[in-house]
Design a protein around this ligand. Sequence first.
Ligand SMILES: [Zn+2]
Length: 372
Amino acid sequence: MAGPSLGGSLRVLRFKGIGVHVHWTFLLLVGYVAVSAASSGGDLGEVILQLGQVLLVFVCVVLHEYGHALTALHYGVRTRDITLLPIGGVASLERMPEEPMQEFWITIAGPLVNLVIMVLAGVLQWALFGGLHLADPRAGGPLLPALLSFLLTANLGLFLFNLLPAFPMDGGRILRALLGLRLSRVQATRIASAIGRALAAMLGIGGLFFGEPMLALIGLFIWFAAGAEARMVMQQAALRGITVAQVMRTRFWALSAEATVGRAVDELLAGGDQDLVVLLDGALSGLVTRRQLMEALRARREDVRLLELPPTAVRPVSPQQPAQEALQQLAAQGVPLVPVVDEGSVVGVLEPDNLSEFLMVQGARRGGATGR
Ligand SMILES: [Zn+2]
């Protein structure tokens, strides 16, 4: 998988400038495996064997992620880090190339690593023991044959699971890249996401029908992940080349920092916005939210100037900035809107709603679907 960086992780190794981090939740998996091996009557040897198997799978996962990262590097895209989660690995690429063939090779490189390990293990097995055997995790026996059949089975599983044609699996991206050779990125994403959802529904229904709750759970997970991924990609694609100036709201509510809480409340009743942009000598001072106004009112501070509340500091965006980047800044600051400042004066505000409105208008203009 390729996705954003995650906090709460510890770096365990570094290769080619890419650190491998283990997310703390990974310890839950290790603990779960140890406890379930011990509670099912396993002795110490059994517990160690099962933990060893988990570690071996994750070594293969790390190699898979390096497959993505090093192929990305080949196209000049750096990877911030690789994080191991209980459900698998995530390589945080700085960006995913728009060029479909580049996305195709970067994405398929991961599963191909598993294919190579699988073939190597299979060839060794064939050469040494004269046949192919998939692993029975309960079977003991000599170490080398057991190890080879375990590697064969685990990598077959990783290969097939990652190639499921649904976001956020590699297969979803590969499908999108292939469709992108003929279609626009948005169309390709829409189709890939619909196929992913159909697959998720089949897994879910199949899981319920055959009494396999894990299968149904995976189906449910893919259903939601596919929708979220598709929405994000389509929003990114629709906002490409769009600046803050094109989507910002130029009618907004602003008051001087010298104005009183009482005046702000009067204006709020007369039809103000949710949040108030506070200006000090014409320049941005900060934001006052409706909640802040109500709290001041409750504390009988109607005569207090906005300056003294004080307004919440907010880092503004500029009208020339890409809308997508500004949206990320808005989310990172945890404020309901960001003021847009040009040459020292506030020229508009940007809030998440502006973007969905913009996308809806754009969709309607094209005569296509609305901005869901
Ligand atoms: Zn992958």
